[in-house]
Write a protein of this length. Structure first.
Length: 310
């Protein structure tokens, strides 16, 4: 939330240089407040688990949020009861005439397919195109981050020799960027994926910035230079036991997965993992909500400009 201080206070200039949102009494009196409208396109198979993980992070701010859950119509969930989907999810046709402050597009277990092979690819492209003029800021997670980079910028993905699963140490490459405010110089975050994007392809676009990266796991957080589109390659929203559940699931499927890196004590899967990424997960989502949704979205969403117009 912004901090209200007298305009002449010496701290005013210093805080503004640090991109900290300050306001004086006159702006505070005139400020209009309304709930932030967030749309979540949930592509994960365990939708109820993902809903809970995201809502836990989104609720950890003083901001009032109105959340709308979105489903695809070109793919039906096999792991979530249809009654749940019918009761709580809307389709794109039901929201296409609305506007939103923010959009989150989750990961999906389709990384081994080419983008165009995914059965809902055309529908997803339509939603991503629509979001450029109907949503102020979009946060893409894991596979959706790769899909968004490919769709908007032509950045390819590459297959990995084996699944990249574990909790990895990352470098904060742009601590001055508002999304990275408060992040340690190095921090941990989970990854769970079969493919990757590469820094040289991202840099070649001239339109993107890499905010965080890992020597082991590669690129982690990417921002458009216009600061309205964000791409997170990992799963900071994961609960403590999520990587372990995926590991055991893959074992039961006979996939012979390797033990998630830096996850279990002494890499022993009989041990109890510790959550060493929770604080930065909350920080990532609160920074996105505060600096790129709350502070920048027009109060009247009908005045929303397209990303391409800025």
């Amino acid at each position: 939330m912004p901090i209200k201080i007298p305009h002449g206070l010496p701290a005013w200039d210093a805080l503004q240089r640090e991109n900290i949102f300050v306001m004086d009494e006159s702006r505070a009196v005139s400020q209009d407040i309304r709930p932030l409208r967030l749309l979540v396109l949930n592509l994960m198979p365990t939708k109820i688990t993902t809903e809970t993980q995201l809502m836990r992070l989104l609720s950890n701010t003083p901001l009032q949020i109105e959340l709308v859950l979105l489903r695809t119509i070109s793919h039906r969930s096999q792991n979530t009861p249809e009654e749940h989907m019918e009761a709580f999810y809307r389709t794109f046709d039901e929201v296409r005439n609305d506007r939103f402050d923010g959009l989150i597009i989750t990961g999906a277990p389709v990384e081994n397919l080419g983008f165009e092979e995914v059965d809902y690819w055309e529908e997803l492209c339509g939603i991503m195109n629509w979001s450029k003029s109907s949503v102020f800021s979009t946060l893409h997670i894991c596979w959706a981050a790769q899909a968004g980079l490919y769709h908007h910028y032509g950045v390819p993905k590459y297959a990995l020799p084996e699944k990249r699963s574990g909790v990895f140490l990352h470098d904060n490459l742009m601590p001055e960027h508002p999304l990275m405010r408060g992040f340690d110089e190095q921090f941990w975050a989970p990854h769970s994926r079969h493919t990757e994007v590469r820094a040289e392809d991202i840099e070649a676009t001239g339109k993107l910035e890499i905010l965080a990266s890992s020597k082991e796991a590669g690129v982690y957080i990417v921002s458009s230079k216009k600061r309205r589109l964000f791409y997170v390659m990992g799963h900071s929203e994961y609960d403590t036991g999520t990587l372990g559940e995926e590991y055991r699931r893959d074992l039961l499927r006979g996939m012979d997965p390797h033990v998630p890196d830096h996850y279990y004590p002494e890499d022993d899967p009989s041990g109890q993992p510790r959550n060493i990424w929770r604080a930065h997960a909350h920080l990532l989502f609160s920074n996105w909500l505060n600096y790129f949704v709350y502070q920048n979205t027009p109060y009247d969403l009908s005045r929303l400009k397209s990303v391409d117009e800025e």
